[in-house]
Design a protein around this ligand. Structure first.
Ligand code: FMN
Length: 200
């Protein structure tokens, strides 16, 4: 049974994340890529929603969304976010906090091109987080864009990736008597992480 013990922790939290992600997958955790993403407005009003973790690269958690959505507007005003992932199969929670920046247009284009045509059309049809009169309005919009793009579908300019550059990452695992493990990695300077155990 895997444990969060000081003696077997990876020095880099992304290596630790990778290891635990594979462990959760191997144990049959469904949708391990689902993560709650918290943003807030400039004046500090928070909101949270699930997004899919697309990948982890260069110290960043990457996700895709509509830049003009509620979360997109929040991140324009206040480019800081927090995420939380819970894998009940393996009793693990992972949290991260940091600044958020746009992924490059090239990287967003590459990922968009991998999505199936139906999802690409939906990205055009959905003005995410805006009020619409009814379901048929959305379906009509979808058909309009389906007819408009005869062959390949370009990426909508307001759809793409964000990267959360983590400064703090915490791994939590439930233990007996609710005396749980909490291990926090805090970025000191580039590539150097301070590892501390927190009281549950
Ligand atoms: C499991 C799950 C995964 C989701 N993944 C995404 C995603 O990757 N990107 C996205 O924009 N919305 C995703 N959504 C929808 C969001 O939770 C949310 O409804 C949408 O992004 C609008 O949020 P906002 O109004 O706060 O911007 C997902 C929802 C669930 C339940």
């Amino acid at each position: 049974m895997f444990q969060l013990e000081e003696t077997n922790l990876k020095p880099d939290p992304f290596d630790q994340f990778d290891l635990l992600y594979k462990y959760a997958q191997n144990e049959g955790q469904e949708s391990p890529e689902a993560m709650a993403l918290a943003t807030s407005t400039k004046d500090g009003s928070p909101s949270t929603r699930f997004v899919l973790l697309n990948g982890v690269s260069d110290g960043c958690f990457i996700f895709f969304t509509n830049y003009d959505s509620k979360k997109g507007d929040d991140l324009k005003e206040n480019p800081k976010a927090a995420l939380a992932i819970y894998w009940p199969k393996v009793n693990l929670q992972i949290r991260a906090e940091g600044n958020v920046a746009l992924l490059s247009a090239d990287q967003s284009n590459s990922y968009f091109s991998l999505r199936n045509r139906e999802s690409q059309i939906s990205a055009w049809a959905s003005q995410q987080s805006k009020i619409v009169p009814n379901r048929s309005y959305l379906e009509q919009k979808w058909k309009e864009f389906d007819s408009k793009f005869e062959q390949s579908v370009p990426r909508p300019p307001n759809w793409g990736g964000f990267m959360l550059e983590a400064k703090v990452i915490e791994f939590w695992r439930s233990r007996e008597h609710r005396l749980h493990d909490r291990i926090r990695y805090t970025l000191q300077n580039k590539g150097h992480w301070c590892i501390q155990r927190l009281s549950p």
